[in-house]
Design a binder for this molecule. Structure first.
Ligand SMILES: [Zn+2]
Length: 255
């Protein structure tokens, strides 16, 4: 596939004046044409008439997907719509998988999918209600804290204009599918440890490397008096799920 497919078809948005509307149309059309389901590799179908649940679905898996688009980079956070709606969706387990698309000069630069089971309330930041003067006064939005998503939760399709094969995408999705079975509280701990491993930024690490995060984790989990035990327990779990490999003498390898 040549690089041209990364370009938005700008002709499709000729009739829209606002830039944000144009980008919405163009990025949705682009994803409909070139995106695929990370579970089965099948095509994505757009929901009609602004259905509130999601933007796309896979006809094969019946999974829902929502698209977030941003210029240049997602940075630390991105707008997630109404706060109450997001929390309600999380609690009822109706949260979709999220596609994050980064564009520059009307071309796709990055595209990754965050599987829905990576979403917990800690990823959702409540924003200040809109002021009394605002058109939608009192409306409270939220941000999705993209910097709190572990690397393994970002299933890349395109990274800096380089494409990943659908085989790799499906494998990367399957690598963390074990999170789906976890309850919110145990998932919180696992995601914390996955983020700590990311922060080490090395393929092999030892137990002592992770113990450095003891005080940080203690702040996050004030009721837990055995943080080190908890770290070891999570590592054991991640090892059993083939997320990491135990190399002996307290050394682990990220798979
Ligand atoms: Zn599918």
């Amino acid at each position: 596939m040549n690089e041209d497919f990364l370009a938005f078809n700008v002709d499709l948005a000729q009739n829209y004046k606002s830039e944000s509307q144009r980008i919405r149309i163009l990025s949705e059309k682009w994803l409909e044409q070139y995106g695929s389901c990370p579970l089965c590799g099948g095509p994505l179908t757009k929901y009609q008439n602004n259905k509130p649940v999601a933007d796309f679905f896979c006809t094969h898996c019946k999974e829902d997907f929502e698209l977030k688009t941003k210029k240049k980079s997602f940075g630390l956070k991105t707008s997630g719509g109404a706060y109450s709606k997001m929390i309600e969706r999380l609690k009822s387990d109706r949260v979709p998988h999220f596609f994050f698309l980064v564009y520059q000069d009307y071309r796709v630069k990055d595209l990754f999918c965050v599987p829905k089971y990576f979403f917990t309330e800690t990823l959702v930041e409540k924003r200040k209600p809109l002021s009394a003067n605002a058109q939608r006064s009192g409306w409270t939005g939220c941000n999705i804290l993209t910097n709190k998503i572990p690397n393994s939760g970002k299933i890349f399709y395109i990274k800096n204009r380089q494409c990943f094969s659908i085989k790799d995408i499906i494998t990367n999705y399957q690598n963390t599918v074990f999170l789906k079975e976890q309850k919110q509280c145990s998932k919180g701990w696992l995601l914390d440890i996955m983020l700590c491993i990311d922060k080490l930024n090395k393929k092999e690490f030892c137990l002592n490397d992770l113990y450095q995060f003891e005080s940080l984790l203690q702040i996050k989990h004030p009721k837990n008096c055995h943080i080190k035990d908890k770290i070891r327990q999570q590592l054991q779990f991640l090892r059993n799920k083939n997320y990491i490999e135990f190399k002996g003498s307290g050394t682990y390898k990220l798979l």
